[in-house]
Design a protein around this ligand. Structure first.
Ligand code: HEC
Ligand code: HEC
Length: 340
């Protein structure tokens, strides 16, 4: 008997440390007790304190709001104005950190590239170019920002909305000949400064000769690039213009040529913008068979008034192709992606 109770006593003394041992086998309990609650409190404290660290986001004055027919305007206000105007309307859930951080960054970067509240800061041709770019971004699914759409389903641009926007844009093409006249006048002036020897036109390594005639083609788009301060004019030859008129521009027919010329952008103290030194002219020449290896397009670039052919080897076209690749569904052309 004594022996047995001793055994019990031994067993009992063994039980006490056993509770800790048991905990080892049920790690969740330890995690709950030791880590979970402190972790939750830590996160709560962090989130609460984060609310006090807020990047500044104010609404600078609207100098001139973008004007358009109501149907057009409404779509842009609903889908874009939160990030592309000075009339940002944040919902309560946009204001909670860390979401607010991202929202503020979006608004800051968005306004930099496109701000409907300072429409007067853009030259008329640039306004057109910005709108083309905007519709382009929507069509590519890049805008409005995806994560934003998830929490603001109202910002979605439906296929019907897109048609409204495109109709508005195509109605703006009509005033392009005016631009053509202006640019041609400017070019005329320039010719007295730089005369190209027509007998020895420069040629790129992929065998494309400089085409001086582009200056007489239709200007189909103008734009300026804020990042490197250049102004660009895009011309299309008759085949290109016809293809647009008859809606046969995807794929573009053989013989289509685009030229894109770039100048320095000069701006005086009063905000008047003029073109400065000529930078380069680029071509895209469509011939599905001949240029099969470069997506059906012959690419060429001539730099400075000397028209130096660009490219150390014939592979330079890879650089062009890579950057034009996002426009694959539009036959690699950025301009005129608008299909009705
Ligand atoms: C949640 C904020 C947000 C919304 C909403 C939004 N954008 Fe943007 N957008 C941005 C940001 C940020 C950038 C710059 C960075 C980038 O390109 O992703 C940008 C860039 C752009 C650019 C390029 C501007 C340039 O030249 O640098 C265009 C065009 C544009 N957005 C059009 C639109 C249009 C059109 C809508 C509405 C249908 C829209 N965005 C809605 C945040 C937004
Ligand atoms: C960094 C990106 C990038 C590279 C590299 C590039 N392009 Fe482009 N290209 C563009 C964009 C964007 C446009 C649309 C017009 C604009 O915004 O200037 C364009 C437009 C053009 C156009 C007018 C037709 C159109 O697609 O709208 C021609 C012609 C052209 N590029 C030729 C070339 C050639 C030739 C090269 C290579 C030597 C080249 N590009 C390299 C981005 C690029």
């Amino acid at each position: 008997m004594a022996n047995l109770s001793n055994q019990f006593a031994a067993y009992r003394t063994f039980r006490l440390p056993d509770r800790d041992l048991l905990n080892l086998f049920v790690p969740e309990i330890i995690i709950m007790k030791k880590y979970f609650l402190p972790a939750v409190s830590f996160i709560v404290v962090l989130l609460v304190s984060l609310q006090f660290f807020r990047p500044r986001l104010d609404d600078p004055p609207v100098t001139q709001d973008f004007q358009a027919p109501k149907a057009v305007k409404n779509i842009l206000v609903r889908a874009c104005y939160d990030c592309h105007s000075n009339e940002t309307k944040l919902r309560w859930y946009d204001q909670v950190q860390p979401v607010y951080w991202q929202v503020a960054a979006h608004v800051r970067d968005g306004r930099k590239g496109l701000n409907f509240s300072n429409w007067d800061k853009l030259a008329p041709a640039d306004r057109k170019a910005k709108l083309w770019e905007a519709v382009n971004q929507i069509e590519q699914g890049a805008m409005p920002v995806k994560s934003y759409q998830v929490v603001h389903p109202n910002a979605r641009v439906s296929p019907k909305d897109l048609i409204v926007l495109k109709k508005y844009l195509t109605s703006m093409i009509h005033d392009l000949p005016e631009d053509t006249a202006k640019i041609n006048a400017f070019e005329h002036q320039r010719k007295s400064l730089v005369s190209v020897d027509r007998q020895k036109l420069p040629k790129t390594l992929n065998d494309i000769t400089y085409l001086p005639d582009y200056k007489n083609w239709q200007v189909i788009s103008t734009s300026d690039r804020f990042d490197n301060g250049t102004m660009r004019v895009i011309y299309g030859n008759d085949i290109a213009v016809n293809a647009v008129k008859t809606n046969h521009n995807n794929p573009w027919p053989d013989g289509t040529i685009f030229a894109k010329a770039a100048w320095d952008k000069l701006e005086d103290r009063n905000g008047n913008v003029t073109t400065g030194a000529f930078k380069q002219v680029e071509y895209m020449i469509k011939n599905a068979e001949k240029y099969r290896s470069t997506n059906g397009w012959g690419f060429a670039r001539f730099k400075t008034p000397k028209l130096t052919p660009y490219g150390k080897t014939a592979i330079f076209t890879t650089e062009c192709m890579n950057c034009h690749k996002p426009m694959k569904d539009n036959d690699y052309v950025f301009t005129f992606p608008i299909k009705n």
